[in-house]
Design a protein around this ligand. Sequence first.
Ligand code: ADP
Ligand code: MN
Ligand code: MN
Ligand code: MN
Length: 342
Amino acid sequence: MSTYRAEYIWIDGSIPTPKLRSKTMIVNSDKDMPTYDDLPIWGFDGSSTNQAMGSASDCVLRPVFSCPDPIRERDSLLVMTEVLNTDLSPHRSNTRAACAEAAARYADQEFIFGIEQEYTFFKGMRPLGFPDHGFPAPQGGYYCGVGADEVFGRPAVEEHLQRCLDAGLDISGINAEVMPGQWEFQIGPTPALDVSDQLWVARWLLYRVGEHHDVNATLYPKPARGDWNGAGAHTNFSTKTMRSDYQACVDAAEALGTRHELHIANYGFAIEERLTGLHETCSYREFRYGVSDRGASIRIPWQVEKAQKGYIEDRRPNANMDPYVVTRLIMETVCGAMAAKA
Ligand code: ADP
Ligand code: MN
Ligand code: MN
Ligand code: MN
């Protein structure tokens, strides 16, 4: 019998953008390393997280994904959970349940997603690298930069990368972004529920690692007003057919145009602050797709056109989007259009 520390993580009911919460359960198990399906459901006080009234405050946590805890290391694990009502139906804040349904319905398409998570470190009230008064040099040298005058927060970024790898997440890369203090990591490509569960855990690790470096990460889509880039979560995806057929890639881009407003409305709070049309990606009022076009809503990478197969990039989602919602909508919209065509 061993004793484990299981960190149960959940998404709360904060408005307009939910936050992550977590608490620790001590678990005794005779397993070598328990995983989420060995772990019990748990509860929490929903009246403290905008998920319940004080008079009926209990909400339920059901484990859905787990990995080794790279912060505590020995005998510990991180557990992503979904929130249920006490009758075990999905709570109104639970967006995973609908994503799971869509993933099951369209399983034959073999969707995979790669999400580019941009974020911005803050120190106090200002982005890391912004002086106390005035502004840093204009954007130009920061993206993928090197040197103490170009990058801010690298120790935290490196630690986050290492912890994601230690946790066994499918992290596929990192880079410094266009605005000082702004960075990106990518998760995937992997199916909708995997990429989403892992992205939420990677976000939790980002905040947690920030505690070690006295910086806090924000996913706010427009963290500095003016001529500074926003923060997005470009969502790359493919179906089995797209991975072997270019026309299917074009069809998927066309399909996304048929429900543009619905997607924009569900791609993260304050998307109109970020998609102004002035910084990469066109205005939220417009929809277009194109090869290599970073000004488009949907980009078809040049290698995909060349190889005549592959994937496409939905550039519209904000950094603060919910991956359960974004991947579900993409599956429903792309498959809905296919069904209509057939
Ligand atoms: P960008 O040039 O837009 O910055 P990145 O290298 O940051 O591109 O991200 C590209 C993403 O595309 C990665 O997350 C990767 O996992 C994903 N990707 C690559 N191939 C596929 C594919 N066939 N299906 C879905 N996603 C894919
Ligand atoms: Mn990228
Ligand atoms: Mn980027
Ligand atoms: Mn991109």
